[in-house]
Every structure is written in C-alpha cells, then in structure tokens.
Design a binder for this molecule. Sequence first.
Ligand code: SF4
Length: 378
Amino acid sequence: MSDRLIVNDLPVLPQITPEYDPWDPLRSLQTHGEHRLTSVELTVTNLCNMRCEHCAVGESLLASEGPRIPLNVILKRLDEVEGLETISITGGEPSYHEQTVREYIVPLLRYAKERGVRSQINSNVTLDLSRYEAMAPYLDVMHISFNYLNADDFYEVGFVRTDRRVSATTAAKLYERMVENAKALASGGMFVSAESMINYRTHAKLSGIHKLIREMGCRRHEVHPMYPSAFASNLPVLTLDQTRAAVHRLLDDRDRDLWMLFGTLPFYACSPLEEDRELVTRLRREPNVTVRNDPDGRNRLNVNLFTGDVFVTDFADVPALGNIHADRLDQVFARWKDHRLSKTVSCHCPAANCCGPNLLVVDTYYKDVDFAQRKALV
Ligand code: SF4
C-alpha cells in the first residue's frame, strides 16, 4: 500500500522549495544509483506568436500544423513510465490555440495531478489570461521567459526572426499583457518561475531584470547561460569570464528573499581554475540559491505530440531515438543510455552534488575535456 497522503482523491505532495526541486536529476540518481526516466517533456504545438532570436526550438516553429496524436495514446505511454515524477509541457507557445488548452493541456495537467506527478508549462503568457487560469487548479510551475528591462528590449528580442512585420506598438501591448498576466497569476497563488538567459544582450543588465521579476511576484528566478543551438546558433557566445562575472554581479545585487535557481552553468567543482571553484563554493553558500543539474540527457525524454518522435532533449540536434507508436518510453531511454553521446557526458561526483555538463555545454566550452577523467576538487 502507498504511504502517500490522499485528500479529496488527490495525492498531497511536498511543496516545491529550494530544498525540494523534483526536476533535478540528481534526486533519482541518488535514489537508484543510476539515471532513470522520471521526467517527460511534451511538445504540444509548434506554433508561436513570437520568434525570439534565441529560441531553442526556433527551427521547428511553423505557421500551421496538422492533428495531434490522440490523447489516450499519449496517456497510455505515460502510464507505462513507472517512475514518472515530473512532466513539462512545451511548444511553441502551448496556449497558442485555446482548443489545445482545453483538449490537451488541461487533461494532461489533470492526469499528472491525479497521479501525484509534478507539472510545469513553458509559456510566454502573452495571450488571454483565461487560458492560463484554466490551468491553475492543476499546474505546479508556470515557467516564463523574462529577459527584458522594458517593451523596447522585448521588441528587439522577441520578433527578430518573424517573416511578418510586427510593429513596436503591437509588441508593447504584448509586453504589457505578459507583465499583467504574470502578476495576476502570481497574486492568485500560481508558482510563476521566470527564466532569464545570460547572453550578449542580458549579461550586463541581469540585476535590473531580476528586480522586475521580483516586482511581478514571481516565486523563483531561473538563470541559464544561452548556448548556441537552433535560432541562437549564430549569436555571439559569452566567454566563461563574462558569464562568471555576470553570475557574481547577480548574486551581489539579488533580493535574498527570492529563490534563485541556476541551471546549465558551465562551472564545475572539478575545474582546474580557482575562479571557477570559488564561484561553485559561493553558490553553495548563498541562502535561497540552488544549482540544478540538467535533466536533458539525464532523466528526461521529449515527445513530439504530432509525429510521436521521442528525443533526448528538445534542442533537436540529436536525432529521434524512437517513436511512441512503436516504443515504450523506457525502451527509448534505455537506448539513450547505450548511446555513444550519452557516455561522453556521464560523470558523477556525489560529494559535489554534480552529474556533469550536458551536450551543449561540452560542445560550447569543453570540446577537449574528458570529464570522466576529472574529479571534484571542492
Ligand atoms: S560530476 Fe563531472 S563535471 Fe561535475 S565535478 Fe565531477 S567530474 Fe566535474
């Protein structure tokens, strides 16, 4: 018999806090002594009202799309994942069509809630508030991108790759709506987590961005360096020195009451550079700051709800490893664990709570480093 507490037929789960982050692959690694499939990301649309210059799935965005695989087929595949702990719903903009919210997103979130699985949706929250409110009863984390100090920044970043002309006035209206929606959702009790990138545009203004995120009432500020993938392939890449300095500045200036989560950082406890190890040590010491190991390539698979293709990440540079019409998700995950690329990034230093860099980080900064030969020094 399960020892989980059930109230009103729904499992009662622990609060998501800096001490308990269900998306960190380290948790299942510590429990099972190996990476297990505990997280599934579902791409529910390839449509989006924006075309951000850094979009991680930019090349897959479409102007129109065909039918999705029936929901019951998706749920059956999720049912088969015994150790499922988290799902993430992503796009495009998942709420682009209200019908998708009604027919796929809300049922998927309800399924997760009833099963005691945590859920996240990645959204730009620029559309009708009612679409996001419909998710509220079931959703654990509303994940938004926020890389701006004002509507001009938003206009510059958010529409560069569009082939139709979007006026500055239209963009400003969307910006206002995004800010108002984030505030309304947060004040209604939703866990809104705003993510900023560290890149050539933002690295000097992250402290101002952090302040706005705080003012919107977000419960967490996530910060990830931008890596050259998909639309971002041709954007300038920061040096490790610039990235390290940006993290230090943000730590100096941040509001200590707001949880800050850093992810995909290219700094490791095994670094021969003292300045890297110093930053790793500082991040550990700072209250209300966590560093998440990257789920991609560790405990997560991505499923495309149109083709059924299953990927190891949503960054699409590694081809599909299977398809839900033919494979169970745990079979695809076993295939990934045997994959040549998986073995290149499978280090683990328990004392440092670290399970190594992901493929994008290695490709960007550490092509010549064999992490399997390194060990944490702090
Ligand atoms: S797990 Fe890998 S990246 Fe992390 S400290 Fe150890 S060797 Fe370095």
